[in-house]
Unconditional design. Sequence first.
Length: 76
Amino acid sequence: MELYFVKSLSPAKPPEGGGDGPWWKYRIECGIQGTAPVVGIRSGTREEVEGQVRKMLASINKRTMGYQSTQLRVAH
């Protein structure tokens, strides 16, 4: 089960001093209402950025699920 998912990945303008692009804006959202999204930009090809965002997403979901399972054990 994944709580967080990629909502969008779209071309973005480079940040000031960010150098040559291409740049991509990503938005990661959570399936739980009221949870703030993770929004950022990265440079590289679309495939490179997709790979970086996938790794980030896997890490966020792994940590979130670990936290939830710990909380559930403590509650019982």
